[in-house]
Design a protein around this ligand. Sequence first.
Ligand SMILES: C[S@@+](CC[C@H](N)C(=O)[O-])C[C@H]1O[C@@H](n2cnc3c(N)ncnc32)[C@H](O)[C@@H]1O
Length: 219
Amino acid sequence: MEISYWQSRWKKDKTGWHMEVVYPKLPELWPSLSLPAGSRVLVPFCGKSLDMKWLAEQGYQVIGVDAVNKALVEFTSAFSESFTKSSSHGFDIYTSNNIELWQGDFLKLPASKVQHIDAIYDKAALVAIPQTQRKDYAQKIMTLCNPDTRMLLQTFEYEQEEMSGPPFSVPEAEVKSLYGTQFNLELVHEQSKFDELAKFQQRGLSSYLIEKVYLLNPV
Ligand SMILES: C[S@@+](CC[C@H](N)C(=O)[O-])C[C@H]1O[C@@H](n2cnc3c(N)ncnc32)[C@H](O)[C@@H]1O
């Protein structure tokens, strides 16, 4: 997807993916990462997700990245802490005590400036990317990883022919082919999403929609 597509979605407030609550599976599944407080958590394609606030409240240092300024400004204005604004490598950066938000193209994020990532939280990020661009995204993720970086990854699976994304269907075999050399995959959650299926019916989806969450530990 071009960044202009996402800019237009944010401009028109067409942000149907955004949840006004913390993603319910996050508090349930996050402990499986066994990540000590103080660890640095990268949230690619973060939007204005309240999950970042939850992660910060657990004592983590959160680094969110989104291409669209409006997403980050809306996140900062809903947050009680104040943020300072700076810039580096073509990114605007909003910084508070334990949250850093980088505004720009994730693929251009300077690895030298975003070091020591202990965990990655991929929620509605990989599935926001068309199949032809997913390899570049996964490669970028892996360049930002240390040997012991772990990841929680949420995906959807459905008949891709029935509906054009986003969200795109990312089958388990593709997750394995993108990340299998660097990570062991464990499926930690699987659920049929009947509500979302109904929501996407007008876009053509009719068979099934399954949400899967994987825990990725380094091999
Ligand atoms: C489906 S939304 C998910 C947002 C968030 N993870 C959530 O669950 O609410 C995808 C987000 O990725 C952002 N995005 C798309 N392409 C991007 C890119 N190349 N670099 C950084 N952010 C990008 C969009 O602006 C959008 O906010």
